[in-house]
Design a protein around this ligand. Structure first.
Ligand code: F3S
Length: 426
């Protein structure tokens, strides 16, 4: 791999041993990927503060410097971690103190994470603590090279913002944060960003539920390729697009899609394909829509719902407001819990707007920082849950061994209030 002079200097230790270890990791990683060089970046979204038993042991043995060296730099050396070189944010991590007594999540992990926030905050990591950094101020511009983790965030950054990132890992984002570099391959190159598949919606795709189901279909069809979607598409908002991308990244491994006339790299269908011949289109019709709905509900048996989960990817302020409106003046069924996951910064706005109080008055919770799939927890005794998120319906039954129902936000709130699933596809 070719290295620029500043990269060679970092590798040779000109900026200290931690930066040299980071550069060494990036060179090994880039060579394994077949990259011919590194990109300059100034936006990293990674994970440093996520608590775990392994991290607890490393901190006991050598403090936070040791934990970062081993987990984020793949190095056993004694390194003093410097300040992050480029703007770096923490994605979702474990639950925080405010979830104690609500979420069955170990207290020692909450304490470990609190310490981690202090250490990494002092080293320049912005503790956004959300899988949707783009909702709370981290918005790379079109064409900007980044190093992001988290599949739902990566597909949003590439597709909706037109930024350029591969789906990075804990170590590569750690190394990127200290160097401002990442291997330049895959989505960083213009020629790898054009569409590969054409998918036409022959039924209306309108609203959060349908954008999620359509995304789930698209992911199944294209797997890790790049879909261009056309047809009866009603103009999506931020919330629809975050659901669409997260679903496509769950059923497949989509990191980049184009919606001609909507997403920035696709002014036209032809441009989305980079001027190449269009492939034969795959049609999403009534039969396919019904099939996806049934697939997302095939883990549901009992209609007795113990738990309702909203906010995956983390909820927008609009979604919190809609949840509050749907719960206003109502009360959750005894034995049923409702959690809506949100970025902490938006939770603060929901508090000020009165939405949190309305949700809490009904018996629900606005929770932050994490989610049941990431932290592998649900309310004690949960057997059946309902969600409006295709991603959670896809993952949570396997992670927690529970049944799942998938439907609209209003159907989920109805299930929380009655304790019974009554959803249906309209
Ligand atoms: Fe976010 Fe958890 Fe969903 S991290 S994308 S809320 S699975």
């Amino acid at each position: 791999m070719r290295l620029a002079d500043d990269e060679k200097a970092m590798l040779d230790g000109a900026e200290g041993p931690a930066v040299a270890a980071a550069m060494d990791l990036l060179v090994r990683y880039g060579e394994a990927l077949g990259a011919d060089g590194l990109c300059d970046i100034r936006n990293v979204a990674g994970t440093m503060t996520q608590p775990s038993p392994v991290k607890a042991r490393l901190v006991r043995e050598g403090g936070w410097n040791k934990a970062f060296a081993v987990i984020n730099l793949d190095s056993d050396d004694d390194l003093e971690i410097p300040h992050m070189r480029v703007p770096t944010c923490q994605l979702q991590h474990g639950f925080g103190e405010d979830a104690l007594g609500v979420v069955p999540y170990p207290e020692n992990m909450v304490a470990l994470q609190g310490d981690a926030e202090s250490f990494y905050g002092a080293h320049g990591v912005n503790i956004l603590a959300t899988c949707t950094p783009y909702q709370v101020g981290n918005l790379p511009v079109r064409g900007e090279h980044c190093a992001w983790m988290e599949s739902s965030a990566v597909v949003y950054a590439n597709s909706v913002l037109g930024a350029r990132t591969n789906c990075e890992g804990t170590a590569s984002t750690g190394a990127a944060s200290l160097t401002g570099k990442i291997p330049c391959w895959g989505n960083h190159h213009e020629e790898n960003r054009h569409g590969t598949h054409l998918i036409e919606a022959a039924v209306p795709v309108d609203g959060f539920l349908d954008w999620g189901m359509f995304g789930y279909f698209v992911g199944e069809v294209v797997q890790e390729n790049r879909p261009v979607v056309i047809g009866d598409l009603h103009r999506p908002d931020l919330t629809d697009l975050k659901h669409f991308g997260a679903a496509a990244a769950s059923s497949g491994g989509v990191e980049l899609y184009h919606i001609p006339g909507i997403t920035p790299e696709a002014p036209t269908v032809e441009a989305a394909f980079g001027g190449r011949a269009l492939p034969e289109k795959v049609v999403y019709g009534e039969r396919e829509r019904r099939g996806i709905y049934e697939r997302l509900n095939d883990q549901g048996r009992s209609t007795d719902v113990d738990f309702v989960l909203l906010g995956c990817p983390h909820a927008s302020l609009d979604q919190i407001a809609r949840t509050a409106r749907a719960l206003d003046g109502r009360r959750l069924s005894p034995g049923t819990e409702l959690w809506i996951m949100a970025p902490r910064a938006l939770r603060a706005m929901a508090d000020r707007s009165g939405y949190t109080e309305t949700i809490q008055r009904a018996g629900g919770r606005v929770l932050t920082d994490s989610c049941p799939a990431m932290s592998r927890v649900a309310p004690e005794g949960t057997r059946v849950f309902a969600t409006d998120s295709a991603k959670q319906a896809h993952y949570l039954p396997a992670i927690l061994g529970i049944e799942a129902w998938f439907g609209t936000l209003e159907e989920c709130v109805d299930a929380a209030v009655t304790g019974t699933w009554r959803g249906d596809l309209r």
